[in-house]
Design a protein around this ligand. Structure first.
Ligand code: LMR
Length: 328
């Protein structure tokens, strides 16, 4: 069982909140890469831990390892298949070697806002995607929101031409690589934990991420400014191994999945608030945010949207059409 004191201490220190697991309790390790304070994933993971440790006391005990302290996203899924970790929530861009169906979420300007994302994820097409990797041993359990992405760089970005020739860190996704190539920029796939250093030392010139990641990792401190493009989505898939889920008895699995469901609904409903709080925190810390005029934004759309065509075969024209219907 986890005492309130160990939970608070772990959270405050920003390190793994190591639960004092009792003998006979099943240990559920949850590894992720973001900070915990103010962050949509950090908050949701800690809430899940708190609820599991309260409601499943004596049966199960969850330990959360944030900040890439246990694994990077390029290691965590293999570790999960080995049984070294039971839960993770990598962004939807991190499943490329397992399935291509999540590519729809990386396509630039696919969803007009987070309500549209939520509606698509809850549709049959979205829910079917949770089962897209079972053959490979992974079961999607829930989508967790983070938000829409913004561009930042070591110079002002107002028109797409401003990004030309710059090196941008991207997550390891072919769609994101193609998106940066459409801007005549140079995409550099890199682990999340390395981005701050790469921006600081000039290994890359810019990056794209959500308000919470730009604030949480302090990217704004080592960039000229952030441009509010809202050009793409960064959301998460909570994932477990099929083997681990199968190893649970029915009552335990059901209880765990019910708790996860409640936490998902609660935290996804709060996403607009958390997102706005992080945007404001950047301003309060002296960061620069540039807004686009409608004409400037239209130029970014025109430059990046042609990428859709390249990936229509992977994601399905019918899924693109369904997402666009929701936008209307
Ligand atoms: C990134 O690599 O930029 C993000 O996926 C990190 C995260 O988990 O939000």
């Amino acid at each position: 069982a986890l005492t309130a004191a160990t939970f608070a201490a772990g959270t405050l220190a920003g390190t793994a909140a190591l639960a004092a697991c009792d003998d006979g309790e099943m240990v559920i390790k949850f590894s992720h890469v973001t900070n915990t304070d103010k962050h949509p994933k950090g908050i949701a993971a800690n809430l899940l831990m708190e609820r599991v440790n309260e409601q499943m006391d004596g049966t199960a005990c969850m330990e959360v390892y944030p900040n890439s302290t246990l694994y990077n996203d390029d290691q965590v899924l293999e570790a999960m298949l080995q049984g070294d970790v039971q839960l993770a929530a990598p962004s939807l861009s991190k499943f490329e070697t397992f399935t291509k169906v999540f590519r729809i979420f990386d396509l630039p300007f696919m969803f007009k806002n987070m309500d549209a994302v939520e509606e698509f994820q809850q549709s049959d097409a979205g829910q079917d995607m949770l089962d897209s990797m079972t053959r490979r041993g992974l079961q999607g359990l829930a989508f967790w929101h983070n938000g829409l992405k913004q561009f930042s760089a070591n110079k002002p970005l107002l028109m797409p031409e401003d990004a030309a020739g710059l090196k941008f860190r991207v997550q390891p996704s072919d769609v994101l690589v193609a998106q940066m190539e459409a801007l005549d920029a140079s995409p550099q796939p890199m682990a999340f934990s390395e981005v701050y250093g790469a921006l600081q030392t000039g290994v890359v010139d810019g990056q794209e991420n959500t308000w919470s990641n730009i604030y949480g990792q302090k990217f704004f401190e080592v960039q000229d400014g952030v441009t509010e493009t809202n050009h793409g989505l960064l959301d998460y898939l909570v994932v477990a191994s099929v083997d681990w889920l199968d190893s649970l008895d029915d009552a335990t699995r059901e209880q765990f999945l019910t708790i996860l469901d409640e936490v998902t609904t609660e935290r996804n409903a709060a996403i607009a608030e958390v997102d706005a709080e992080n945007r404001q925190a950047i301003l309060d810390a002296g960061g620069t945010i540039r807004e686009l005029t409608p004409e400037q934004r239209a130029a970014w759309v025109a430059a990046m949207k042609p990428v859709w065509e390249q990936f229509e075969g992977d994601v399905g024209a019918e899924n693109i059409a369904a997402a666009q219907d929701i936008n209307e």
